[in-house]
Design a protein around this ligand. Sequence first.
Ligand SMILES: NC(=O)c1ccc[n+]([C@@H]2O[C@H](COP(=O)([O-])OP(=O)(O)OC[C@H]3O[C@@H](n4cnc5c(N)ncnc54)[C@H](OP(=O)(O)O)[C@@H]3O)[C@@H](O)[C@H]2O)c1
Length: 255
Amino acid sequence: MDLFSLAGRVAIVTGGSRGIGRAIALALAEAGADVVVASRKLPDLESVAGEITALGRRSLAIAAHMGRSEDIENLVSTVRQEFGRIDILVNNAGTNPVFEPLLKSEERAWDHIMNVNLKGYFLVSQAVARTMITQKKGSIINVASVGGLRPLIGLGIYSVSKAGVIMLTRALAGELGKYNIRVNALAPGVIQTRFSEALWGNPEILRRTVESSALGRIGQPEEIAGAALYLASDASSYVSGQTIVLNGGEAAGAG
Ligand SMILES: NC(=O)c1ccc[n+]([C@@H]2O[C@H](COP(=O)([O-])OP(=O)(O)OC[C@H]3O[C@@H](n4cnc5c(N)ncnc54)[C@H](OP(=O)(O)O)[C@@H]3O)[C@@H](O)[C@H]2O)c1
């Protein structure tokens, strides 16, 4: 299992306080990494940091709003000071305050979603890459969505932001490969978290999602963690610029 070992590595997981981010943070810690979790609410983060230290790793909870560049700068410089290196970045913090057609969406919804979901990923990646370049090694993992590959009804701005994340992944992979920094994305389908409750909590949407899935069910946050561990570790040392879809086989033609 050495291929998947993260012993001695330092990771940052944004949106690490719950859902997919928490599951990824715990999986990275189980594989041996020290893990910093960041989001807006410190008490939730501290509880996850406690779970990570209980696994015998170092952890730090840092409050940061991913739509604010000063918070992002503070996050990355604090990790650099406290840990001396950054090996893995998981851009995962995401938002979607609206569920409506694009034609009805207001400019401030566009600005908010793009700021957090896309500009935030860009700014954290840029700040972390400066440290990874000096190390000549690093792995950046961007949590996108199947909405970045095909628009989701009622989630138009969100889908555009996630398509941007997939292209950001490819563009960064192209620029950073020469420093031995790999950049990849994960594109989950419906995963049962607070964020997606408007989808799985709606019986009609849930029925359609389950019917179109080859596995006949929606996913759980822990089911995203294995792919994140693969991309974070040397098991994926020749993989960059890719997007892994985790949707229960939706496109597999379940009938
Ligand atoms: N669940 C799904 O079906 C699904 C499918 C595809 C992709 N995704 C993506 O997966 C990622 C995680 O979502 P999730 O489903 O795990 O949602 P979740 O359980 O609601 O978690 C969202 C996380 O993001 C943080 N966050 C939200 N807004 C933030 C902001 N402005 N600044 C910093 N942190 C912020 C939250 O913490 P605070 O509230 O403390 O800030 C929380 O830690 C998102 O990028 C989402 O787009 C989810």
